[in-house]
Design a protein around this ligand. Structure first.
Ligand code: URP
Ligand code: ZN
Ligand code: ZN
Length: 479
């Protein structure tokens, strides 16, 4: 299949240039002025529009079994919804139950993801530890294209990783040339605060943010960062929601540590007043961890993105419908945690980032695509409009306007956290692996067309880290 995108302005992370883009058999084969359409090519008219690398959402949970239920969105519907919003790749999570063989879990998720309509990859969570986990991490890196391991510092009694697991896994990740990632919340504190709040008689969704204050997140982010510092391994902190975790990241980066931070579109745009909504269904629909925060934290997160101390934007797309959220009708601790957003991430960020002057178009490309590709080592295959890259492209109409609603979205969830928001700037066309899969509001996807993306280990840089770690003086002497 051949597609020619004609008459647009190509916007990459580093520059914008007027150029046509030719895609053939899944790859970008030419970028240049006045390209001729080969015989039989589909021509996309991009006049007055921007041609950008398809979005990469580095944090999604399709078909996730969690808190006694399974997310309503699977890999088919979730990746399709992503394409409708210009996102052409996800990095999801394989999450073994404690004691479950991690290769078995990874294979289970690979199986579930076969039906994806866009490309995908997996972070693998380390939820327990023994020699087999140590061994299997090596197999995943060497044979299965996994270069990132996730650690949930919350969800005590389920998938929480304590300090012992963090230390073992971070050390192993460094040996293998893999990046570590954390969900930063102090799970012990959350557990204690949840109990205290519930016993005080606060049983509704308003108890959720009270049990997870910003300090709980800041402590865990700082702890993970310091453990990573001592063990000399790069760290990526997912879904930063508050000033405290941003400050921990900024401090470490200023000290030269290799730490990255992600922020969710939801945390940038929605504040904690949602938890005080009188309708349980509305308040519960917003229950996610870490919770939405006050406007002061939102402002700090925007500054983090603008300054480059936060590098990526994600959604943590994790859909539960009202009947699932109702599991926690009498006890906020049982409301399944998660919200949706994959379809809307790019448009709300354009509207509130580019249209407001907070971000340039090139910065928009960085934070929605290129930085994730670089951090997770798939650049320039992904995250770039350049010859040889995968033809994952979004054609962006900066004049198009729409009002977001659950009534019209593709996502398989009965609520939209951005409901009623009118955005200007939307995907007019999405091209996935060289095929037009979304055009003028219509999806044209093929079940199983998405491919697993191998992410190679970070060999040379980590070799140096490993050598340093072996030759290092004890930390106390280093200071
Ligand atoms: O509430 C959330 N974020 N649910 C998904 C699991 C996680 O913590 O990322
Ligand atoms: Zn999380
Ligand atoms: Zn998540």
């Amino acid at each position: 299949m051949t597609v020619l995108i004609k008459g647009g302005t190509v916007v990459n992370a580093d520059r914008s240039v007027r150029a046509d883009v030719l895609c053939h058999e899944g790859l970008i084969t030419a970028v240049g002025d006045e390209l001729d359409a080969p015989k039989g090519a589909t021509v996309v008219d991009a006049g007055g529009q921007y041609v950008m690398p398809g979005g990469i959402d580095p944090h999604t949970h399709m078909q996730l079994p969690f808190m006694g239920t399974v997310t309503s969105e699977d890999f088919y519907s979730g990746t399709a919804a992503g394409l409708a919003g210009g996102t052409t790749m996800i990095i999801d999570f394989a999450i073994p139950n404690p004691q479950q063989n991690i290769l078995d879990a990874y294979n289970q998720w690979r199986d579930w993801a076969e039906k994806s309509v866009a490309d995908y990859s997996f972070h693998v969570a380390i939820t327990w530890w023994d020699d087999s986990v140590h061994e299997d991490m090596g197999t995943l890196v060497r044979n299965h294209g996994v270069n990132s391991f996730k650690h949930f510092m919350a969800y005590k009694g389920a998938i929480m990783a304590d300090d012992e697991i963090l230390v073992n896994s971070f050390t192993r990740a460094r040996e293998l040339g893999a990046i570590t990632t954390v969900h930063a919340e102090n799970g012990e504190l959350v557990f204690t605060l949840q109990k205290e709040i519930y016993e005080k008689g606060i049983t509704g969704p308003e108890g959720h943010p009270l049990s997870r204050p910003p300090e709980v997140e800041g402590e865990a982010a700082n702890r993970a960062i310091r453990i990573a510092e001592v063990l000399r391994v790069p760290l990526y902190v997912v879904h930063n929601s508050c000033r405290q975790s941003l400050e921990a990241i900024t401090r470490a980066r200023n000290e030269g540590q290799r730490v990255f931070g992600e922020v969710l579109a939801g945390h940038l745009l929605i504040d904690d007043s949602v938890y005080r909504h009188e309708d349980f269904d509305v308040a519960a629909a917003h229950v996610m961890s870490p919770p939405f925060r006050s406007k002061e934290h939102q402002a700090a997160l925007w500054h983090g993105l603008q300054s480059g101390n936060l590098q990526t934007t994600a959604t943590d797309h994790c859909c539960f419908c009202a009947d699932q959220k109702a599991m926690g009708k009498d006890d906020f601790r049982s409301i399944p945690n998660g919200t949706a957003g994959i379809e809307n991430r790019m448009e709300v960020l354009w509207d509130q980032g580019v249209n407001t002057g907070r971000l340039t178009m090139n910065e928009f490309v960085k934070v929605t695509s290129t930085n994730a590709a670089q951090i997770f080592n798939i650049y320039p295959r992904k995250g770039s409009i350049s010859v040889g890259a995968d033809a994952d492209i979004v054609v962006w109409d900066p004049q198009a306007s729409k009002t977001i609603s659950a009534k019209t979205h593709q996502q398989k969830i009965d609520y939209n956290i951005f409901e009623g928001m009118t955005v200007t700037g939307c995907a007019s066309h999405t091209i996935s692996r060289g095929k037009v899969v979304f055009a003028d509001g219509e999806l044209n996807v093929e079940r199983g067309a998405g491919r697993y993306v191998d992410r190679p280990a970070f060999a040379p840089y980590y070799d140096a880290l490993q050598k340093q770690a072996q030759q290092a003086e004890p930390v106390a002497v280093r200071r």
